[in-house]
Design a protein around this ligand. Structure first.
Ligand code: CP3
Length: 344
């Protein structure tokens, strides 16, 4: 049997690869016509997340089209609130909607455990993708970080400043901490289920980490993520984990030291000299091309790709965006980015 090494897993183990492995956050999504076709067939968005055949198909679409070095499971961070009994809907053109949690007693009414059968279709998706994955391509599982998932549960929707969740922890930190603990437990179980089905590494998306003050970032992002990582490693000591505390900037070195993640994904806005000196000396990094520049394309895109490579490619590095690809990004720009990263 020939064992093919996987560039993404090599980098997460601390080995530099040139060209660097590359994938994109939200690589399965509306910028692809083939995704929109499956999405229309699936009906609701959660219906797509819980349909293993269709979810496996959309996970593999960007691999077939672009040959990325990693496939990311098609699912959503909000399947955890769904499993915990909160009704989750996706409104066309608007985003997710849940029933908001408007008091400490409402927060405490959230269940602490769930029927494992609810998430079984996601594990089946992982198995089906794994069986069809080309050699050398790694399969990434994921969840939302407790803080980011809590912001959607409390507000019942995405918010510009995460105000409702911040008000909730200011009003009753103990009740908020009990919700965070339930999310740590459910998310750890969910990540372990993904590994047991065949995921080879995991990413924890803390998309709203940047709205927390430095003290609150330690309490509501670093500490719960550290618990989550420890719980996953208790069952799977070898689990490779990427953390994405988006917008945490100066707080990221401490996040890298204390959470125990193997690598961190960097937002577009971070100072790259700071990141190279203070973060990439601790752990491999991933990122951080501006999704707006990818959408714009042209010479500006070439220059931006070169800047990212110049900053990070001398050390273990995964090329990615600083946040998810925008739905109106031309496919040709993705091809141009890939050719440049791979030196074609
Ligand atoms: O390709 C991939 O990256 C894998 C699948 C994936 C999705 N969501 C599919 C999706 C992943 C990793 C996510 C993560 C996710 N979901 C995050 C963290 C990353 C980030 O973007 O900050 C968050 C905050 C969510 C919650 C969520 N899901 C929102 C706010 C929205 C609406 C915004 C939007 O883009 O429409 C979603 C919907 C969603 N999740 C879509 C996709 C492809 C688009 C919905 C559709 O196809 O109708």
């Amino acid at each position: 049997m020939i064992v093919v090494s996987k560039p993404l897993l090599d980098v997460l183990s601390g080995t530099r690869r040139m060209p660097p492995p590359v994938w994109m956050m939200r690589q399965a999504g509306r910028y692809l016509a083939e995704y929109r076709a499956v999405r229309a067939k699936a009906g609701s968005f959660l219906g797509l997340c819980f349909n293993p055949e269709l979810a496996a198909e959309v996970t593999l679409q960007p691999i077939r089209r672009f040959g990325f070095d990693a496939a990311i499971l098609f699912s959503d961070i909000l399947v955890i609130p769904h499993a915990l009994g909160r009704s989750v809907r996706f409104v066309e053109g608007e985003g997710p909607r849940l029933d908001p949690l408007t008091s400490a007693s409402a927060i405490d009414s959230v269940r602490g455990d769930y029927d494992p059968q609810v998430l079984a279709p996601v594990y089946e998706t992982v198995r089906q993708v794994k069986a069809q994955l080309p050699d050398g391509v790694a399969l990434i599982g994921f969840c939302g970080a407790p803080w980011t998932v809590a912001t959607y549960m409390i507000a019942g929707r995405g918010t510009p400043d995460q105000g409702p969740a911040k008000a909730a922890f200011a009003d009753d930190p103990a009740a908020f901490a009990r919700l965070i603990d339930k999310l740590v437990d459910a998310s750890a179980d969910y990540l372990c289920g993904q590994i047991e089905a065949g995921a080879e590494c995991l990413q924890i998306f803390d998309s709203w980490a940047g709205s927390l003050s430095p003290e609150d970032f330690v309490r509501w992002s670093i500490a719960p993520t550290q618990k989550l990582v420890a719980k996953v490693r208790a069952r799977h000591p070898q689990a490779r984990i990427i953390g994405f505390p988006r917008g945490a900037g100066q707080g990221i070195p401490r996040y890298a030291r204390e959470t125990g993640v193997d690598a961190v994904s960097l937002e577009t806005e971070i100072d790259r000299d700071f990141a190279r000196r203070e973060i990439q000396t601790l752990v491999p990094v991933q990122g951080n091309l501006d999704p707006l520049v990818l959408r714009a394309g042209g010479d500006a895109l070439d220059r931006a790709v070169d800047e990212v490579l110049a900053a990070f490619a001398q050390q273990p590095f995964v090329f990615n965006l600083g946040h998810g690809i925008l739905p109106d990004t031309p496919v040709a720009h993705v091809e141009r980015m890939l050719a440049r990263v791979r030196g074609a």
